[in-house]
Design a protein around this ligand. Structure first.
Ligand code: TXA
Ligand code: MG
Length: 340
């Protein structure tokens, strides 16, 4: 059983000292960030990092992000950083952006799945920042969930799953954003989005040209070049059969769902304003921000309903909508219907 620290209603830097000590001792600390919770360990301690993979049941070729609290710390773990990469960090750090850089030898190969690059992110969440600063080491942290399950955005969702697998839990309530960070890599002065998030294509275009990797919405085909190992793995999928449906025309969406409801026992995850049309529905929220906050909690709930089919309403895949659609398409194992 993990030691539990309640920071939901009040937080002082002082209270995080013990958790930082746990990190220095090579233990696992579940901590909040602005995106999702992370399972953290000293990113320069191979044994500690190995325990993250064991705790999550994660494949060792899927690299971890190192979380930093300063640019100095970035420079301790990465090399050959270009002016464009510095510019991106200046503009978006701290915040929900992970940038893939060339790693220094000090970074153990277990962190990076033997790649010569390392994903680096500077969280804006105060507790995450303080934990890294007090530990005085980059913290390796994947999302807090057993591999394949939706990421944890509050402790209630993941307590049973992870309580016996980590040493320390910092509870700070619901995370702000709800989907994981945008992961990018600069290749030939172009930004490639490998995983979309709250920092959008449009945000990044204020710096330079941006390409969205084809696997952000598309499935992997034989012979494809995979820029991020995480793209290969099944993710966020409930056990129930799920179908993602999107139409620009709301009436078409409603008609299709009603048709399906007539044939099978369905549960519909849809916008609040659409719940009134269906027999059995759960609200995703109304705005993209609300939906992004809620999706992982809802995806964790659907199996309790024991239905034949879970229908999920998609959103327009632009801005934060691209991140939402990326997660939903995966949760439906690419079972996606777009109604034109
Ligand atoms: O918001 C987030 O990013 C959260 C919080 C805890 O910071 N972390 C998170 O970590 O989502 P994880 O491990 O669940 O997802 C990291 C993703 C994976 O898809 C991984 O393959 C990719 O980033 N990644 C990490 N290092 C990489 C590298 N060197 N090259 C390519 N992809 C990398
Ligand atoms: Mg994850």
């Amino acid at each position: 059983m993990a030691k539990y620290l309640d920071c939901k209603n009040n937080y002082q830097k002082e209270s995080i000292k013990e958790a930082a000590k746990y990190i220095k001792q090579g233990k696992l600390v579940l901590f909040p960030t602005e995106t999702v919770y992370g399972i953290g360990a000293d990113g320069l301690n191979s044994e500690a990092v190995r325990n993250i993979f064991i705790a999550k049941g994660r494949k060792q070729d899927n690299p971890l992000i190192l979380h930093v609290s300063s640019i100095d710390m970035v420079e301790r773990i990465a090399q050959d950083i270009t002016p464009l990469e510095y510019k991106l960090m200046e503009k978006f750090f701290p915040g929900p952006l992970t940038i893939i850089l060339k790693k220094k030898d000090i970074v153990p190969s277990i962190v990076t799945g033997n790649l010569d690059t390392v994903g680096i992110r500077m969280p804006s969440n105060k507790i995450a920042h303080d934990l890294i600063e007090l530990s005085n080491t980059p913290i390796a942290a994947p999302s807090a969930n057993i591999s394949g399950k939706p990421s944890g955005t509050n402790i209630e969702d993941i307590f049973n799953e992870l309580n016996d697998r980590v040493d320390y839990i910092i509870d700070a309530g619901q995370t702000d954003i709800g989907v994981e960070s945008t992961v990018i890599r600069v290749i030939d002065n172009t930004i490639h989005i490998l995983r979309p998030g709250k920092i959008t294509k449009q945000d990044l275009e204020t710096i330079t040209e941006v390409v969205v990797d084809s696997h952000v919405l598309g499935d992997i085909k034989e012979g494809d070049k995979i820029l991020s190992p995480g793209m290969k793995y099944k993710h966020y999928a409930p056990d129930s059969k799920c179908l993602l449906i999107y139409s620009k025309d709301n009436n078409k969406f409603i008609d299709k769902v009603k048709e399906l409801e007539g044939k099978e026992n369905c549960l519909v995850l849809c916008k609040t304003s659409n719940t009134k049309y269906f027999k059995n529905s759960l609200s995703l929220g109304e705005t993209l921000e609300e939906i992004s906050k809620n999706i992982f909690t809802l995806l964790r709930k659907v199996d309790n309903y024991k239905v034949d089919l879970v229908i999920i309403e998609g959103v327009e895949p632009t801005g934060l909508g691209l991140a939402i659609m990326n997660r939903l398409i995966r949760s439906c194992s690419h079972n996606y219907l777009e109604l034109l």
